[in-house]
Ligand binder design. Structure first.
Ligand SMILES: *Cc1c(COP(=O)(O)O)cnc(C)c1O
Length: 388
């Protein structure tokens, strides 16, 4: 198919739930993706914070090729070494004791909500406005953005919302039936919103005082994105349950619910399950991701190059009055402008850079963690070029 045929075919045969950018990606390597005409783009979207090890990493290709000949899937009726290895390693890099494998971020959050209710015997989950937790019925209800809920009512009961970064509102929202507080350590979809430094520690305190669980949705912030393995480490706040997904398996679908032993033990055989969870092929990919993180020091790279990148973006403020704020941690960076800047996506694309705009006015950068300073320089030059 040529470029136009690909677009036409997708628009005809796939349900129209996505407003896609005008680009057919053909292949990719490292931090660079290529269209069908061979034009190069520096990828600051990374499959929405997924391709942290970059595209088509040689080690991933080799390990997956071998795994394809060995075992792909057998279900959780059986034990596999691939899942055993991953479970141990994932728990060791997290602040938790046990893991449940899901297939997506929404699936991981569903698991966390079920676990919190089962453990506490209570129903209410308090989440925050402008959050994002996924697209299943429970997770759109947890998501504090009415636009994702509209048309899908009736919504499941037991969810409440308060403003993010407002500890007083959270305090007031707690009731006798509160099972858990669910927050992103940094809000991603709503424009890389970093809370005050004491917000998450204060939530921890509030949960301890009231005997309720603290769930961190680290689907986007986890896995080195913020310069720490988990964003909870940024403020030394240990949640009771952490969910992650996006980057875990290098682009193959996987989610995970991580919890401390006492809470995790509320799940017993039959409580929760999924056919594809922790399948051998995806576990092999996830193990390879952790190998590459260790070998290439990607969490530290995210931290160091994130600082470098933000400093360069910050320096654009002098020339461009439209920049209101540059914020983030590691390689999760938002540049807020004083206008609705959706048109920048196609302008950046014309100049060979893929970006994404969150919440209308925030340019969101979530590049592969392997991105080089040279590539980041080029990105900053393009942003400089296209900003008014
Ligand atoms: C992307 C995202 C999700 C949803 O993940 P899916 O894999 O799309 O279901 C949930 N929470 C956060 C914070 C996310 O960024």
């Amino acid at each position: 198919m040529n470029t136009d045929e690909v677009k036409e075919t997708l628009d005809t045969y796939v349900m129209h739930t996505y407003g896609r950018y005008d680009l057919v990606i053909d292949h990719a390597h490292g931090s660079i993706v290529y269209d069908k005409e061979g034009k190069e783009y520096i990828d600051c979207v990374a499959g929405i914070a997924v391709n942290n090890i970059g595209h088509t990493h040689k080690k991933m290709t080799e390990n997956l090729s071998k795994q394809l000949d060995k075992l792909i899937h057998v279900s959780n009726l059986y034990y596999t070494e691939e899942q055993a290895t991953l479970a141990k390693r994932l728990v060791e890099v997290s602040p938790h004791d046990k893991v449940f494998f899901a297939n997506s971020g929404a699936g991981a959050n569903e698991g966390a909500i079920k676990l919190a209710r089962k453990y506490t015997g209570k129903g209410e989950i308090i989440a925050t406005n402008n959050s994002f937790h996924g697209r299943t019925l429970a997770t759109i209800t947890a998501t504090g953005q009415p636009k994702y809920q509209k048309g899908f009512e009736p919504l499941p009961a037991g969810f409440k919302h308060v403003d993010y970064n407002d500890i007083e509102q959270m305090k007031e929202a707690i009731s006798d039936d509160t099972a858990a507080i669910l927050v992103e350590p940094i809000q991603g979809e709503s424009g890389v919103r970093v809370p005050d430094e004491d917000y998450l520690p204060n939530l921890r305190k509030l949960c301890d005082e009231n005997g309720i669980l603290l769930i961190f949705d680290e689907v986007q912030t986890g896995y080195g994105r913020t310069g720490k393995m988990f964003a909870s480490e940024l403020t030394g706040t240990v949640p009771d349950i952490t969910t992650c997904a996006k980057a875990i398996a290098g682009g193959l679908p996987m989610g995970a619910v991580l919890a401390n032993k006492e809470i995790a033990d509320a799940f017993e055989p039959g409580s929760h399950a999924t056919t594809f969870g922790g399948t051998a092929l995806v576990c092999c990919a996830a193990n390879t991701v952790l190998d590459i993180y260790e070998e290439e020091n990607l969490v530290k790279k995210s931290h160091d190059n994130g600082l470098y990148f933000m400093e360069k973006l910050e320096s654009l403020k002098d020339k461009h009055d439209c920049i209101v704020d540059v914020r983030g941690h590691g390689l999760m960076v938002g540049v807020e402008l004083n206008y609705q800047c959706g048109d920048l996506v196609s302008k950046a694309q014309e100049n060979g850079v893929l970006i994404n705009v969150a919440n209308g006015s925030v340019i969101r950068f979530v590049p592969p963690l392997i991105i080089t300073r040279d590539e980041l320089d080029k990105v900053v030059n393009v942003i400089d070029e296209i900003l008014p």
